[in-house]
Design a protein around this ligand. Structure first.
Ligand code: PMP
Length: 401
């Protein structure tokens, strides 16, 4: 019962201009349930201490919860070992870490990194930076008219210089579930490794990194009902073991001397400095909370809302929907002749929060031939009433503009 679930989210109890807030921007960040907020308060009220350091009770408790959180994340994504779970600030930092350690250390001039045309900038720019540093090239994998990776084009792009393929699990603008299994299969057959940007996929698909066979998989906690500032890099143990460290500092070292330094074992090698302990614990709390719902039912609910929106928007004159397919959790659209930002402002005045802009995906905007879109995205707490409110607000905005 989504209405009941929504009562667990304090932020959703607000009104804007005397109207209940309708939050349809969960693909940007989800709201947080009370239990996650309570976890953060409890941590800072009772256990706050630095981890893996001192010898007092609080640090022991904090360390134990912090490492327990790593186990919960490993279990959630099907990782074989907690050594494969590296805490980061989010998906962006995890992608930069892979680029600046694995890629910077292995790429040679002329090597190629294949990157999807519809990727978020976080999965393009780190590759461009490392390409510049190493003399490698970033090559675009084109998409089909349905905003899916073009697998036959991908097959043609592979050659003996292909070293890395970086693609999203689910695209943030259109909600397209990408054929990552086929990408992994093709890439591995060519000897390339695959980096999956799971920022959206982690929320809407069940993941088992072991059976999927991805070499790296990254995501952010804040799109999964957890706070911002915590994220995860999953990496295959053999790859992480041979990768050099990224940032230097405390905790990532075994022994430091001016004649040379040795580094910690995994996962500490990639976790320099004081980590976001509260964030990691709150992410585990969010995952446990999320797992108390049936995944298939939750997703069916979300897909139903997106489909309801699709059908209603399709009836409206001047509305153009971009790349939507059944089973998506987001819907991007434009209103002909109306700037997306103006439309979003009118929706905001009616208590509807959705995203307007280029969604950090300039190449995808160029491919779609638009400057930006309006994007409504759905989560576990949204209801059919939210969709009705959106549709009447869009109708009103069209009338006014
Ligand atoms: N990739 C995708 C597909 C995303 O949707 C986002 C967030 N909008 C990111 C990467 C970056 O995530 P973060 O900003 O949390 O690091």
């Amino acid at each position: 019962d989504a209405r009941h679930v929504a009562t667990q989210f304090p932020a959703l109890k607000q009104s804007i201009n005397q109207q209940r807030l309708v939050y349809l921007d969960s693909a940007a960040t989800t709201q947080k349930p009370q239990c996650v907020i309570d976890t953060i308060t409890r941590y800072y009220s009772r256990h706050n201490a630095n981890v893996h350091r001192g010898s007092h009770r609080l640090t022991a408790q904090a360390t134990s919860e912090f490492e327990q959180a790593r186990k919960i994340v490993a279990g959630f994504i099907g990782a074989a070992s907690t050594k494969e779970i590296i805490w980061t600030r989010g998906a962006t930092e995890a992608l930069n870490l892979i680029a600046q350690t694995y890629a910077r250390n292995t790429l040679k001039p002329g090597d190629e990194i294949l990157v999807g045309e519809m990727e978020h900038h976080a999965n393009i720019v780190p590759w461009q930076i490392v390409a510049e540093q190493t003399g490698a090239r970033v090559v675009k994998i084109p998409m089909t008219a349905e905003c899916r990776l073009d697998l036959s084009a991908l097959r043609r792009l592979f050659n003996h210089n292909t070293k890395i393929v970086a693609v999203a699990h689910i695209t943030n603008v259109t909600g397209t579930r990408q054929p990552i299994e086929a990408v992994i299969q093709q890439a591995h057959a060519q000897g390339a490794i695959v980096v999956i940007d799971g920022a959206q996929g982690i929320v809407h698909d069940q993941l088992n990194v072991d059976t999927l066979g991805a070499d790296f998989y990254v995501f952010s906690g804040h799109k999964l009902y957890a706070p911002a500032g915590i994220g995860v890099l999953y990496g295959r143990l053999d790859l992480l073991t041979t990768m050099p460290p990224w940032q230097g500092g405390g905790k990532m070292v075994e022994k430091v001397s001016f004649s040379g330094t040795t580094f910690s074992q995994l996962p500490g090698k990639f976790e320099a400095g004081t980590p976001n302990v509260a964030g990691a614990i709150a992410l585990a709390s969010a995952i446990s909370w999320y797992q108390s719902f049936d995944h298939i039912q939750t997703q069916a609910h979300i897909h139903h809302l997106a489909e309801q929106t699709y059908k209603a928007l399709s009836q409206l004159p001047d509305v153009r929907i971009l790349g939507y397919q059944k089973g998506a959790s987001v819907i991007s659209f434009i209103i002909d002749g109306v700037h997306h930002q103006d439309a979003a402002t009118l929706l905001d005045q009616q208590g509807i929060a959705l995203r307007a802009g280029n969604h950090c995906a300039h190449p995808l905007m160029d491919a779609l031939g638009v400057k930006g879109t309006l994007r409504a995205s759905f989560a576990i707490y949204n209801t059919s009433e939210d969709v009705d409110r959106l549709i009447s607000a869009v109708e009103k905005a069209i009338d006014m503009l």
